[in-house]
Design a protein around this ligand. Structure first.
Ligand SMILES: Nc1nc(N)c2c(n1)CN(C(=O)COc1ccccc1N1CCC(C(=O)O)CC1)C2
Length: 181
């Protein structure tokens, strides 16, 4: 029979999109337009709590906030910003540990997704057990970067395994899935 492992520890995943040279953001946005990635992001995170830094929250067009069908947890150390963020539908906490603790209380918490940005990914890389990375066939300058995945991270697979997918607008991309032992 199949063995099922009860996961009392949630799966903590990182999810981001980057250029081939590791840029994840520029001037508060992303230097590409790839609706297929937005659909992939929404499909992957829907139904689960998402944890993000305040800049990532601000980067979403207002009509997308809070991200629907997900508990939106925003890390901000600024008491001045807390009220506005909460008014916008976010749960606001002051640190990543507090965000992870808060996320566990919400629906879908068997899987938690950390969705950005660069500063939060670096803090979270040693606590996450999976990373889902959209690599876009583009070189760009930027001001936010993908975290280095340190020792212990292994590449589980890339889709497509060779070459690139192409979005309707011609942007080439692929999705790499990493896990940390
Ligand atoms: N692979 C991967 N990883 C990430 N962490 C993120 C992404 N892609 C994409 N992201 C962005 O910030 C960018 O988003 C958007 C930017 C402009 C317009 C709409 C959107 N979105 C439309 C869909 C919304 C939803 O999901 O409902 C979210 C906002 C985070």
């Amino acid at each position: 029979g199949s063995t099922t492992f009860s996961r009392d520890a949630p799966l903590v995943g990182l999810i981001w999109a980057q250029t081939t040279n590791g840029v994840i953001g520029k001037d508060g946005g992303m230097p590409w337009h790839l609706p297929e990635d937005l659909a992939h992001f929404k499909r992957t995170t829907a139904g689960h709590p998402v944890i993000m830094g305040r800049r990532t929250w601000d980067s979403f067009p207002a009509k997308y906030r809070p991200l629907p069908d997900r508990t939106n947890i925003v890390i901000s150390r600024s008491p001045q910003r807390r009220a506005a963020l909460e008014a916008g539908g976010a749960i606001v906490v002051g640190s990543l540990p507090l965000a992870l603790a808060e996320a566990r209380r919400h629906p879908g918490a068997e899987e938690l997704w950390i969705i950005g940005g660069g500063e939060i990914f670096r803090l979270a890389a040693d606590q996450a057990t999976t990373a889902v990375v959209t690599v876009i066939d583009l070189e760009s300058d930027g001001d936010a970067f993908a975290p280095p995945l340190g020792p212990g991270w292994v590449l589980d697979g890339v889709s497509p395994a060779a070459g690139w997918d192409a979005g309707a607008n011609g942007t080439r991309y692929r999705v790499a899935r990493w896990s940390r032992l």
